[in-house]
Design a protein around this ligand. Structure first.
Ligand SMILES: O=C(O)CCC(=O)C(=O)O
Length: 295
């Protein structure tokens, strides 16, 4: 991790909520599972709100609701929607990004007590039962493919299981330690049944790399580095597999850089802290070539 030497990330120091061992596990493996981060009643609020969004109720104009590619043209409903993206203007779903049990871990991993943290990218990923085409698979990729606000070590994703996730319903799969490598070239995989929009995968991915299925209970959260190679398998069960996620960046360190590809995302949500209490979270969109955050 290149910025370690700058002293911002001190892996030898106990965090606010993480132990030195947990921090070092993240440093060495590029991911960390924290059990019981989000309580069941909150997960139920997010699930209910997702179901409302699928019915088209009070959908913020800034939000994208995406259908599985094999179900294009079909009515929006829980079994056709595979992703809700950019929920910064949704008061219920955005509560997830402000949840302090998550934010405390985020600050331990990409900053410190006084760091200013921004929520950069938000998703609720729904895997309906696979319809036989395996389109619920997510190819192995690195999230930095989509982001243009380095340095990577000051970005982290929090991904919370909204129900039990395991191999059968398509839990996350990670390649431990792969965050120590570089951002690799990505493309759409050449899969027979097709692949969902923007589900890019690493070109010439070597499937023999040792990988791990991250099985978790509802409310457990995996935090992972944006260079970590990860993906998820098909949901082969009859139930849904939902997860909610937010990518955070340390706003004191990360800066937008010139666009290299059009997939990169430009919008972020400020989280203002005062003694660890969130005062407000509001969406702020920057023009593609915004000035002050530009390198
Ligand atoms: O939730 C999933 O199945 C995969 C999500 C993911 O890897 C991503 O959106 O980057």
């Amino acid at each position: 991790m290149q910025h370690q030497q700058q002293g911002i990330l001190d892996w030898t120091k106990e965090g606010r909520v993480l132990t030195v061992e947990q921090k070092q596990f993240y440093r060495d493996n590029g991911y960390l599972v924290v059990r019981n981060c989000i309580p069941q009643h909150e997960l139920e609020r997010y699930t209910n709100r997702f179901q409302e969004l699928c019915e088209g109720r009070n959908v913020p104009t800034t939000m994208s609701i995406m259908r599985d590619m094999t179900l294009k043209g079909q009515k929006l409903e829980e079994k056709t929607v595979n992703k809700v993206q950019d929920f910064g203007d949704d008061p219920v779903l955005f509560d997830y990004c402000k949840y302090l049990t998550v934010l405390d871990v985020v600050r331990d991993l990409i900053g410190d007590e006084s760091s200013s943290i921004v929520a950069m990218h938000t998703m609720l990923i729904n895997k309906p039962p696979d319809n036989g085409k395996l389109t619920s698979r997510h190819p192995m990729h690195q999230d930095m493919e989509y982001f243009c606000f380095p340095p990577e070590d000051h970005i982290v994703c929090a991904w919370t299981a909204m129900e039990r996730v395991n191999r059968a319903n398509g839990c996350l799969v990670v390649v431990p330690g792969s965050h120590k490598g570089k951002l690799l070239p990505h493309t759409y995989p050449d899969w027979e049944g097709g692949v969902n929009k923007a589900y890019h995968g690493i070109q010439n991915y070597d499937p023999s790399m040792p990988r791990l299925h991250v099985e978790m209970e509802a409310g457990d959260t995996v935090f992972f580095h944006p260079i970590l190679i990860h993906g998820s398998g098909a949901n082969k069960t009859a139930g849904f597999r939902k997860a909610i996620s937010c990518h955070y960046a340390n706003d004191d360190v990360c800066r937008y850089k010139a666009f290299e590809n059009q997939n990169q995302i430009v919008c972020h949500f400020h989280l203002n802290f005062s003694n660890s209490v969130i005062l407000e979270g509001n969406i702020e969109r920057r023009p593609r070539y915004g000035k002050d955050r530009f390198e």
